[in-house]
Design a protein around this ligand. Structure first.
Ligand SMILES: [Zn+2]
Ligand SMILES: [Zn+2]
Length: 835
């Protein structure tokens, strides 16, 4: 009898799937298109090809592949494509270090990813493969850019931007984490530069409202996006500096506290600051302060507990509600990104204003009655952020602040001093990068076509796309794009007037490439259009998207924005790209995040070599609920490998035995017992799939089935009907484990049944055999398993508790202890919490 040989089995099936193009699907109108089946678009986030795939990739694609297989066997026509997010900084930084062109390193890495995906047996439609760095792809990225430009959704503007000094490029706000570059961790600097932006802010309300169109997204991802967009309602109120005749609008969510404003604060980046202090005694001190703040991170500045600092400007503004002159300050706790970069400070009702008032000895004037003992820092119960009757507020005295809110805004509007307003934290998406390895921005600058000494921005006509990335020798950024040195490329002809013009040398943020790749998969070889509308209409939206939670606000929000903008351009019908989202948890080792520097990484290739792809795939799905993380354990891998070997050996035994008719009504107890277990496993695995992909418990149910077959087989091998029962159990186990271990399952199924398991419908549990009048009650003490007791299916909570307490094994752990809590899950478990 041959042992389990994953290498031979896996190679055999991979060859067959490749030769027969088993996982390829046709588009509407193409030969082979099957319109009798409902469609399902199953997609994992495309990998960034750098070096070799890591264990996070293995998990992501193993999870996605299980879902794809499950859907196929439920009668869906499943589209399951693959590609590479192949522009970006790591390849370019490597090029700067080694001189190797980014294209070479990237393509070598793609080769390695492709080979390993095939070796893992992932069921990919390879006819749709794409890579975002190829001109066939980025031609259409450029085309989308031009459509956005045409619509006014792409624009160029001088703006304060976040600059990473190490990568020598600007970053999108979303790429700055705690004041540091998301890529390299270097503290970012502020600069004023002309940059390209996408007008995502125009979509802020739709991005919020359309959460309703999503079928199932993790709540925390929706919350993160909601917070990032940061919509708040309030009023814009204008304060005037009469001396200089300058108006300072502020956005406030608390116009009901306007009468309590006792000073006014500008952010250090406020554009009018210069003009306020120029030539005054405050100038030197303000300048020094602003320079110091420029080196602080946003999170330092946002820190609630930090001592408040600032500088008086020696100027004042008029509070529009009472005509009072209040002093102006500059302080770093006010951020330019929020509202207008200026605030009215109400120290009695805002804790940060309160602290600033304490530090600078400014008046604190209560205008709302009430007390919040938790927040209060002084005997008067201030600062107080709650609601209550208003006082010292002129005509509004005595009114409840919430009721007066609208009235105050209406009154300000009538007086021409303000209006109701909505503020967003979201800023436009900065998409230009002063780097080489990205899609060139397809515009040229022409002096002759320009006006007032400024060159005109002339779009490259669509028929001249792609604007190809030239080959260069020096990739090192010098504060401008390395492309600027490619003089032959930069100097071009103006498409409008035919005169000399210069190309834009910035490239696009790679998040632009990944904002639409899921549409290109639907029609990847089209060289006349970005996609065929009928193909996009048929396959979109993505029915199940799978990827890491780290993309909650970057990729996932950009792709939503693109989808809406492309729908507005009448190139798509859907408003949302991803109907369902599943975020898989991170795999750790020895409790720590894997990293090369810690030396605790796991190489999937090494495990696939040693145990086979089926073991590696099944293990990453089994190590814990896939949405949560899990800690890698070599013993765990071996355990999964043993289980697959046992299934293999069972199959080997069975093919040598004479089989009779399978008789579910058999009187023999053991036949019935094993069939019941098989149907229980069918039911369990099916429900675990449907219940948010609980793969760990699904796989564990198949393990139980195999164990039960081993326990009963010797008694059943005596007669052919008994053999049939064991054979049914083994074939069922193969069928159910197929989404995780497709090669072994295909082999076992073929040997037992003669057919192809992936062409078989997913099994359905027989309710007759499922019905059981008892179940195994799990009994825990302080969360630890202490016993399993056969309990009547209909037992009440009290009866289950009594049963649990009767167990000797449980009593040993209760002795002399006091029960503080009893948790009963009927049909399942009792947990006694003692101390
Ligand atoms: Zn950086
Ligand atoms: Zn021109």
């Amino acid at each position: 009898m041959a042992g389990y040989d994953p290498k031979g089995i896996e190679a055999k099936w991979q060859r067959l799937w490749a030769e027969e193009k088993t996982w390829e699907v046709a588009n509407p109108g193409q030969p082979g298109f099957d319109d009798s089946k409902p469609k399902s678009y199953v997609l994992e986030m495309l990998p960034y090809p750098s070096g070799e795939p890591h264990v996070g990739h293995l998990k992501c694609y193993a999870v996605g592949d299980a879902i794809a297989h499950f859907r196929r066997r439920h009668g869906f026509e499943v589209i399951h494509p693959m590609g590479y997010d192949s522009f970006g900084l790591p390849a370019e930084n490597n090029a700067i270090k080694t001189g190797e062109p980014p294209r070479v390193a990237t393509e070598r890495s793609i080769e390695s990813f492709r080979r390993q995906f095939r070796e893992w047996g992932i069921s990919i439609d390879w006819s749709r493969e794409l890579a975002t760095h190829t001109p066939e792809y980025y031609r259409w990225t450029q085309w989308i850019f031009l459509r956005l430009l045409e619509r006014g959704l792409a624009y160029r503007e001088e703006a304060p931007v976040q600059w990473c000094p190490k990568d020598a490029t600007v970053l999108a706000n979303e790429q700055v984490v705690d004041g540091r570059c998301e890529r390299c961790g270097t503290p970012v600097e502020q600069r004023r530069l002309e940059q390209w932006f996408f007008r995502i802010t125009e979509y802020a309300d739709r991005l919020l409202a359309d959460f309703d169109l999503l079928e199932s997204w993790p709540e925390h991802v929706v919350t993160m996006q909601r917070n990032w967009i940061g919509r708040s309602e309030g009023a814009e109120v204008t304060f005037r500096c009469e001396e200089l005749e300058l108006d300072f609008p502020v956005f406030t969510t608390r116009p009901d506290t306007l009468f309590g404003a006792s000073f006014f604060v500008l952010a250090p980046e406020h554009p009018e600051l210069e003009c306020l202090v120029a030539g005054t005694p405050a100038e030197a001190e303000v300048r020094e302060y602003v320079n110091r703040v420029a080196r602080e991170s946003a999170s330092e500045r946002g820190d609630e507990d930090r001592e408040k600092t600032g500088v008086p400007l020696g100027r004042s503004v008029v509070n529009p509600v009472n005509g009072e002159q209040i002093p102006m300050f500059v302080a770093d706790y006010v951020l330019m990104e929020y509202g207008t970069g200026a605030i009215m400070a109400v120290p009695a009702h805002d804790s940060r204003d309160y602290e600033f008032a304490q530090a600078f000895d400014l008046p604190v004037r209560r205008v709302i009655e009430g007390e919040d003992p938790e927040a209060a820092r002084d005997p008067r119960g201030l600062p107080y952020a709650g609601d209550g009757p208003m006082l010292d507020s002129g005509r509004f005295d005595g009114k409840h602040n919430r009721e007066a809110y609208e009235e105050i805004v209406a009154w300000l509007a009538a007086e021409g001093r303000g209006e109701s307003a909505v503020n967003y934290r979201l800023r436009d998406w900065l998409v230009s990068r002063q780097r080489y390895w990205g899609a060139p921005i397809p515009v040229v600058y022409c002096e002759a076509c320009g006006e007032d000494g400024a060159p005109a921005i002339v779009p490259v006509p669509a028929e001249q796309l792609p604007v190809e990335l030239p080959e260069i020798d020096d990739y090192a950024p010098q504060g401008r794009s390395p492309l600027a040195a490619a003089e032959d490329w930069v100097a071009t002809e103006c498409p409008r007037c035919g005169g000399p013009a210069r190309r834009e040398t910035d490239t696009m943020d790679t998040f632009v490439d990944s904002s639409w790749y899921f549409i290109r998969y639907l029609d990847p070889r089209n060289d006349a259009a970005a996609w065929d509308r009928a193909a996009a209409d048929h396959w979109l939206p993505v029915d199940q998207y799978i990827g890491g939670v780290e993309h909650a606000i970057l990729h996932l929000m950009y792709a939503r924005f693109f989808t809406k903008a492309l729908a507005d351009l009448e190139t798509l019908t859907v408003q949302e790209p991803f109907a369902n989202l599943f975020t898989q948890g991170m795999i750790t080792r020895d409790g720590a995040k894997m990293s090369k520097s810690k030396g605790n990484t796991v190489s999937p290739a090494e495990y696939v070599e040693r145990y086979g792809a089926d073991t590696a795939r099944t293990y990453v799905c089994f190590m814990g609920p896939p949405e949560r993380g899990g800690d890698w354990s070599d013993e765990g891998v071996e355990g999964v490998n043993r289980f697959l070997s046992r299934l293999w050996r069972l199959c080997e035994e069975l093919v040598e035995r004479e089989v009779g008719e399978l008789d579910p009504a058999a009187s023999e107890n053991e036949v019935r017992e094993l069939l019941a277990k098989a149907h229980w496993a069918i039911d369990k695995v099916t429900r675990d799939f449907q219940r948010g992909f609980q793969f760990n418990t699904a796989i564990s149910a198949v393990m139980e089935l195999v164990n039960e077959a081993y326990r009963l087989k010797d008694g059943l091998y005596g007669d052919p009907a008994g053999v049939a029962a064991v054979r049914f159990a083994a074939a069922t186990a193969a069928s159910l484990i197929f989404p995780f271990a497709p090669h072994l399952a295909a082999e076992v199924w073929e040997r037992l049944d003669g057919g192809r398991v992936w062409e078989r419908p997913w099994p359905v549990a027989d309710p007759e055999l499922l019905a059981s009048d008892s179940f195994a009650l799990v009994v825990q003490v302080n969360g630890k398993l202490r016993d399993r007791i056969e309990a009547p299916a209909e037992a009440s909570e009290a009866e289950l508790l009594a049963l649990a307490r009767e167990s000797e094994k449980v009593q040993r752990h209760l002795d002399g202890k006091q029960t503080v809590k009893e948790i009963v899950i009927p049909g399942k478990l009792v947990n006694l919490v003692v101390r």
